[in-house]
Design a protein around this ligand. Sequence first.
Ligand code: ADP
Ligand code: MG
Length: 362
Amino acid sequence: MAQIKLSNLRHSYHPDPKGDADYALKKIDLTWEDGGAYALLGPSGCGKSTLLNIISGLLVPSEGKILFDDQDVTTLPPAKRNIAQVFQFPVIYDTMTVYDNLAFPLRNRGRDEDIIKKRVTGIAEMLEVTDMLNVRAANLSPDNKQKISMGRGLVREDVNVVMFDEPLTVIDPHLKWKLRSKLKELHQRVKATMIYVTHDQTEALTFADKVVVMQDGEIVQMGTPVELFERPTHTFVGHFIGSPGMNVLPCDVKEGAAFFGDAQVALEGPAQGVANGAAEIGIRPEFVTIEKSGAGVSAQVRKVSDVGRHKVVEAIAHNQRIHAILEGEAPSAGEAVTLSFKQSQTRLYKDGWLASTPGEAA
Ligand code: ADP
Ligand code: MG
């Protein structure tokens, strides 16, 4: 097992890349600590698989280095990197039994049959496929084939990292939930570094201790689920995580104070590097409260949705849509209301990036 360091990585699929737009990965500097449970989260096409394939060695980056501990592995082939990769679609041998499929990565490395038996039965138990061990893989359902594929990734005890590239895509929704919690449990037992790639925030937040959020070939934030929720360093993270995502409202900054329309909005603390001019206020729906009157931002309720545990209110103020999440009673559509934002959770963003710091307001 090892710490994995990506240093000054860039990758282009173009033979002769010109500008940034020709790069699938623009500039990546990132360290994955040994034993961590990570998710790599971002929309389709942002470069997740490219990054994973560079770590595993299926792809050599156009620029930069990959270090496993202090060993430079940038040009080493996958077989020399001691990693396991599970793909979106199952990779198994149809003609072999489930047992032989799971044993394959170990036999390949010349392990003793009694050790193999122990590992295979252990993994089979964790994945709840013990009763299928003697079945030929060809006869399995797609769900079970993917489980076996994941088992092949997890069966070796000596890998530097196990990487999962959107492994639950082919899995039935109810089984998805189960496998996700299973993976978390497996990480706690196996203790290998795991990188779980997904475009689904729920999958990322339930599996990972740390989530790496990617957008358009770049990493916008790495943090714990709580950090990503509470202090998105970029409005993209604010939008992408949360349901509904963070409200991002255009504002005017005058001598360090933020105005939304004519109302001053108290920020969590001082604005940094934005004394005057256009910027954005970021506030999560969870921290917006609605009153019938009083001080705050005047708005009109457009829609109220009951989503079970709480209600989501959509209001309009200065032509902007603002979401609020309410636990108790909600106003009705058409009503005039006043919105207020919890000050400690009200952030300022400039050109998408966080520009306020917590503390005494100026
Ligand atoms: P993700 O896994 O996040 O969906 P990918 O890493 O697959 O994203 O793709 C990132 C970008 O690189 C996309 O614009 C995609 O079209 C492009 N790309 C991926 N693989 C190749 C390839 N083999 N040849 C050319 N372009 C590719
Ligand atoms: Mg992909």
